[in-house]
Write a protein that binds this ligand. Sequence first.
Ligand code: GAR
Length: 218
Amino acid sequence: MAVRCYDGRMNSETKQMKIGVLGSGSGSNMQAILDAVKAGTLDARVVCVIADVPDAGILERGRRHGVPSFYVDPAPYKTKLDGDAEARYIAVLREQGVDTVVLAGFMRIVKRGLLQAFGGRVLNIHPALLPSFPGLKAWEQALAYGVTVTGCTVHFVDEGTDTGPIIVQRAVPVQPGDTAATLHARIQTAEHEAYPEALRLLASGRLKISGRAVTQQF
Ligand code: GAR
């Protein structure tokens, strides 16, 4: 069974985790991470943000917070980051000194090249309790299925779609009369706690992956 340990302190007590965020949307999860860093509850720096959509709100948010913010062309692919586009993303992340890649509403499948370039230190947030409702618009899938509890999941990214080892999950109730919008908003409130929490665990340097299980070593 493969066991991997993640030293979030990146080899010394003084070297902070350097996060590169990839996103396609408004960037509220990145905002939560920036807020945790600012509040001193997450020992890390967001060193850059890259979007695959030129006018994504996450870029404007990054610029407002003084984070180097880049649109990087994902062409020719529509749903994945691969080939030359993947190489362009890796190059920018490396130039900016990133050691940890955080997918925050990045609506593409990332492939082996990016995962290997960052030694598996690639995290994603998904708006459901995986393995339920992988893929797109998970909150709509939850409503359509009629579950009474859904939530969010922060996980390491592997080569599948929303299949990597799970770090943090938060449950969220589905309430009578919920619409897709009200349920997604409630899930996002949970996401904004879950992502900083998962990054704190990673930064502690004590996360261990054994098979699918992520545990803390003391
Ligand atoms: C979040 O709800 C995130 O879970 C979801 O996109 C939203 C991005 O919001 N991601 C996925 O659905 C990935 N499959 P944000 O841009 O405000 O952080």
